[in-house]
Design a protein around this ligand. Structure first.
Ligand code: NAD
Ligand code: LMR
Ligand code: MN
Length: 571
């Protein structure tokens, strides 16, 4: 999309100024001011987008805390999309943590107190009779490519946030635009308010969501189904992205709808894919094979299980290991310690069955009075090559665990992935120190570089699903595939892994820099479209070169177009 792109727009005066999609503020040209009745609405001087970014950046700096900056940026997004995305693109590494993890977690937890204005579609269980009307009212006849929804049961690592979950839907949608180029006018962010079990919210007189305990079971399923059916009916070709659902619903909903609509669960599949890419890069550094790794996953919830399955499937499809042998490469732990058969069906979640360890292997292991085996003992006996944290238990990878791990393997791969920052299982600095600099690291939220003895800096890779999900989703949208298949996801992960700086220098980061995430997601998008075409899932037929061109062409860029007034034009 070039700056010369022309649009016919039907909004005049105040209406165009209050439309974030069309508003240019002081960047409206003199001709546009005349055509749209804006001369008296704006001060004399016409600014460039660069000048506007400079001014907005200066204003942003006057806000001292990350949370205040988050609020400021949210209000900028409400005013002018081009300016919002242009500003963040120009300061990507500095501002992504403000609009996304970790600051967005704080904004979501204070949602009812920070509330200013609507930011998406609120579907509330007691209003379900009017759901379809509400849906259509919000969509306003737009063509929608992407619907992002959350029921907010498990927001990042901070649990049930009720109606505040709208914040994760809008943040994830913004990241699609920022990093992959999805047109913001073709996205819809949704919160499914089915109540909350968060006592603090329920007791808060200012809580703006439905003050009711979280509805579960059949009533919940009917409500979600009604929503999915509306999406299917009105936007049959859209991608439906599920974010931060609870562990008992995430995989189940994915399985329920995968055959009927293009659905994607980011915590299961996006996290699985970015972790696969990280470990493929680490395996490249170690000159080893994925299927030779012994992998301990601490935290057997949505993310933990998504990661285990993704890695297991890749061992089968990429390395040719049998499914049963590959299951044996994993040891999962949850709040009952090692997931093993004797915990019994009540304590082993159904999705975990592939990864349950036999008790015989653990005879003589140190256990607590309930027979549960903790992380240190597992690390001692398994001698893992890879340790992944997605438990929300900050500090769980303590000195003893990291030292034990480093004793058993040449380059321990340690990935504390829990967000926000306070939930990380260890800091990169500690992991490097306790492993005498040997650890290969990646974290879920951004961390500064670690200084190694001798003064060398180690860049810590950010293993956040944002490095890959925007490209996966945009690839699915552009290929018009009816589903985002596992093989398309693996193609995206392989492309990401191939870009790892550590492949050229083993002491460099395991993943490319987050500052390069738009280019990375472009590559992921291309890989997904290529694979969709190869496997006959796509409704387009392009050569590899055409894919690269078409993806570029379809990317929405934060650049102003030229407008002409037309009473029948766009709104
Ligand atoms: N980096 C990323 O891209 C990324 C992606 C998804 C999730 N995450 C993070 O991973 C974390 C988990 O998210 P989720 O959606 O899987 O949540 P979840 O609630 O589904 O899973 C958390 C799991 O942790 C385990 N757990 C809890 N307490 C434990 C303890 N004391 N010891 C061992 N295990 C314990 C439980 O098995 C629980 O199921 C969150 O902090 C989230 O922000 C990161
Ligand atoms: O949102 C993120 O930062 C990553 C992930 O989806 C999470 O739930 O933590
Ligand atoms: Mn998430």
């Amino acid at each position: 999309m070039s700056s010369e792109q022309r649009f016919c727009v039907a909004l005049r005066g105040e209406r165009i100024l209050t439309s974030p999609r069309w508003n240019k503020g002081t960047a409206f040209t003199t001709a546009e001011r005349n055509a749209f009745g804006l001369t008296g609405h704006l001060p004399y001087r016409v600014n460039t987008l660069d000048e506007q970014c400079q001014r907005a950046y200066d204003q942003l700096q006057s806000h001292e805390t990350p949370l205040r900056k988050n609020t400021f940026l949210q209000s900028l997004r409400d005013q002018n999309w081009v300016l919002y995305y242009a500003l963040i693109s120009r300061h990507l590494q500095e501002l992504t943590p403000i609009i996304y993890t970790p600051t967005e977690a704080e904004a979501i937890s204070k949602y009812s107190h920070l509330f200013r204005r609507s930011e998406g579609l609120y579907l509330t269980l007691p209003h379900q009779e009017s759901m379809e009307e509400d849906f259509l009212e919000q969509a306003q006849g737009r063509d929608v490519d992407l619907v992002v929804c959350s029921d907010a049961e498990m927001i990042l690592g901070i649990g049930d946030q009720g109606v505040g979950g709208i914040g994760i839907s809008t943040a994830k949608a913004s990241i699609y635009t920022l990093l992959a180029g999805v047109d913001p006018a073709r996205t819809l962010s949704v919160t499914l308010d089915v109540g909350t079990d968060n006592e603090k919210l329920l007791k808060d007189p200012l809580y703006v969501g439905w003050p009711h305990e979280r509805v579960r079971g059949e009533e919940y399923d009917r409500f979600v189904d009604r929503f999915v059916q509306s999406v299917r009916k009105h936007y049959p070709h859209s991608l439906l992205h599920f974010e931060d659902f609870g562990v008992n619903n995430a995989k189940r909903l994915l399985d329920t709808y995968a055959k009927k609509h293009a659905v994607f669960n980011d915590d299961v599949q996006g996290t699985g894919a970015v972790t696969l890419a990280t470990i493929m890069a680490a395996v490249g550094v170690m000159k080893s094979k994925l299927s030779d790794q012994r992998i301990v996953i601490f935290g057997a919830g949505t993310a933990g299980l998504g990661i285990a399955r993704q890695l297991r499937d890749a061992m089968v499809t990429l390395d040719g290991l049998s499914p049963s042998d590959s299951n044996q490469r994993f040891w999962l732990l949850d709040q009952h310690g090692l997931v093993k058969a004797s915990l019994g069906p009540d304590n082993v979640r159904s999705g975990l069955s592939d990864f349950v360890r036999a008790d015989e292997e653990w005879e003589g292991a140190a256990a607590n009075e309930r027979g549960e085996i903790g992380l240190l003992e597992v690390v001692r006996r398994v001698k893992p090559t890879v340790l992944i944290g997605c438990s929300t238990v900050g500090g769980a990878f303590d000195e003893a665990v990291v030292r034990e791990m480093a004793r058993g393997t040449e380059r321990p791969v340690i990935l504390p992935l829990s967000n926000p920052t306070s939930k990380h299982e260890c800091t990169p600095e500690d992991a490097k120190r306790w492993s005498d600099g040997k650890a290969l690291l990646a974290t879920g939220s951004p961390f500064p570089s670690v200084e190694l003895p001798g003064g060398k800096k180690y860049r810590v890779a950010e293993c956040n699903n944002a490095l890959i999900y925007p490209g996966l989703g945009f690839g699915a949208i552009l290929s018009k595939a009816r589903s985002l298949t596992d093989s398309m996801i693996v193609a995206g992960a392989q492309r990401l892994a191939s870009l790892a700086p550590a492949l050229n220098d083993p002491d460099d980061a395991l993943l490319p820099d987050f500052g390069d995430s738009p280019e990375i997601n472009y590559e992921v998008t291309c890989a997904v479209v290529e694979r969709a075409i190869e496997e006959g899932a796509a409704a387009v037929e392009w050569t590899k070169e055409e894919v690269r061109e078409k993806v570029r062409e379809r990317q929405w860029k934060p650049i102003y177009g030229r407008y002409e007034y037309d009473a029948d034009g766009e709104q």
